[in-house]
Design a protein around this ligand. Structure first.
Ligand SMILES: [Zn+2]
Length: 476
């Protein structure tokens, strides 16, 4: 059934490997992915897709569509890099790359993520045309997954509303489908304003914004004992008020990130953090201004869709590595610590307990087990709007961690390319199953309705908050 599409994808592999390598070298940060988005669009246009650029008001967000009528299957792609992670390719030590001009690096493998999703969409288009199957495949060019939550802005604009289902994947150290739950999150800047004064001669005239900020942080640190176990609150001081201790700081700011397993828990926690900020302002005689930054939702897991994707992944089988892949992975793993292997081992079922540098089987999917990931992803917002599934394929040596130089250095290796190709085939095969067997879509939608328990999607980003690229323009 899928063989022709898989052969087609294999035939395209050299061109798409080159695309992925190019995006690796661009290493552009969230909302600045101009070259990466342009490269994707160029390929998609050549493949005959209809392109809509600059969706949701974001210059690097785009849609590419082929086919007509329903069902409409969305395939989600990302392409943003991480700051200051420039790293030489295929190295065995941390060393910035002379190839990467931006100074950044693809430490989360999003160059592979976007390219495999893109190639899957091309494969599905070819299938729809060859077989005369009715339906639409839509590739989503999603910017700024890393903390910018591009998909959440896109969901707020209704761009996923007409989908029958959405499919995506993430590169990793293992090959599997898991019920991975992620944390919902809200981020906001808290700016305190006080009164400057000579800290020695007239301290009584000053009102310290830095005091206010410190009181807020202390208040939040006392809150920790009384919040849901899996909730997280992080902060960064973005403005400490200056470098002079003898001037009472008139202004200070922190960026807060408030996370919890469910959207409603984040809302409640966010409110408590606001109360603490107001209390800190009152105690210090300062004012506080809250500027909402961004956020994303928790994941609505979809067992039927995950199961379907898993069956395709299992049928296709794990990547086959050659001696070169094995030799490099074995050496690279020596640069990691045993604790990193242990942390990754938590993801695994009993089927894979023998640590090898390359994960060469498909780890089993158990729909009863939810693997809690304490990060956040804007795929969560898509999952609230339409049934969504995602898989992971091994693109990196086991024991190497996301957001590390070791992931960047592996980004153009045979290991990464093999995982990328497997992901493209898995996504394409799953989409084709949905087009051919509408019962899969019905089952996924029934499950999705049950899982949401009557709660409608409410975008965590308020209607008046502009996407970050537009904010800069508005402030100019
Ligand atoms: Zn990622």
């Amino acid at each position: 059934m899928h063989a022709a599409t898989e052969d087609f994808i294999d035939a395209q592999a050299p061109a798409y490997t080159a695309l992925s390598d190019r995006i690796w070298s661009f290493a552009e940060l969230g909302y600045q992915e101009q070259n990466s988005a342009a490269a994707h669009i160029q390929y998609l246009r050549q493949a005959g897709f209809r392109i809509t650029e600059g969706v949701a008001g974001i210059p690097t967000a785009f849609l590419a569509e082929a086919g007509s009528g329903g069902p409409v299957i969305g395939i989600l792609g990302e392409f943003d890099a991480l700051a200051q992670l420039s790293q030489e390719s295929q190295a065995l030590e941390c060393r910035p790359s002379s190839e990467i001009m931006s100074g950044n690096g693809h430490g989360c493998g999003h160059h592979l993520l976007g390219t495999a999703a893109h190639l899957a969409a091309v494969g599905v288009k070819e299938f729809l045309e060859r077989t005369g199957t009715p339906g639409t495949v839509r590739f989503y060019g999603c910017p700024a997954e890393e903390g910018g939550y591009g998909k959440t802005f896109m969901a707020r604009d209704g761009l996923f509303d007409d989908l029958s289902a959405a499919l995506t994947w993430h590169p990793g150290p293992i090959t599997t489908v898991k019920n991975m739950s992620f944390l919902a999150v809200k981020q906001a800047y808290f700016r305190f304003t006080g009164v400057a004064a000579h800290a020695g001669s007239s301290p009584h005239l000053g009102r310290s914004a830095l005091d206010a900020l410190e009181l807020m942080n202390i208040g939040v640190n006392f809150l920790r004992e009384h919040m849901p176990t899996d909730a997280r609150v992080h902060y960064a001081i973005t403005d400490a008020g200056g470098l002079a201790p003898n001037v009472v700081q008139a202004s200070a700011e922190a960026l807060y990130m408030i996370r919890a397993p469910h959207n409603h828990e984040v809302d409640a926690l966010y409110q408590r953090v606001l109360d603490i900020a107001n209390g800190a302002a009152l105690m210090s005689g300062c004012q506080v201004q809250v500027r909402f930054h961004s956020g994303c939702s928790n994941m609505v897991l979809n067992d039927p869709l995950n199961q379907l994707m898993y069956e395709n992944l299992k049928r296709l089988g794990a990547p086959r590595y050659d001696s070169r892949d094995q030799a490099y992975a074995s050496e690279l793993v020596k640069t990691t610590k045993p604790e990193e292997h242990e942390a990754l081992g938590r993801w695994l079922t009993a089927a894979w307990r023998d640590p090898k540098p390359l994960f060469d089987t498909v780890d089993e999917y158990d729909q009863r087990i939810v693997t809690p990931m304490h990060g956040s992803t804007d795929v969560g917002d898509v999952s609230w709007v339409t049934p969504t599934a995602q898989c992971m394929t091994a693109c990196f040596a086991f024991g190497t961690s996301p957001h590390s130089w070791q992931w960047v250095t592996q980004g153009k290796t045979g290991i990464a390319h093999k995982g990328m190709l497997l992901a493209a085939k898995t996504l394409a095969a799953t989409a084709i199953d949905l087009f051919q067997e509408p019962a899969h879509i019905e089952a996924a939608r029934r499950h999705w309705i049950e899982r949401r328990r009557g709660v409608a999607y409410q975008c965590p980003i308020p209607a008046d908050v502009l996407p970050p690229p537009l904010r800069k323009a508005a402030n100019r």
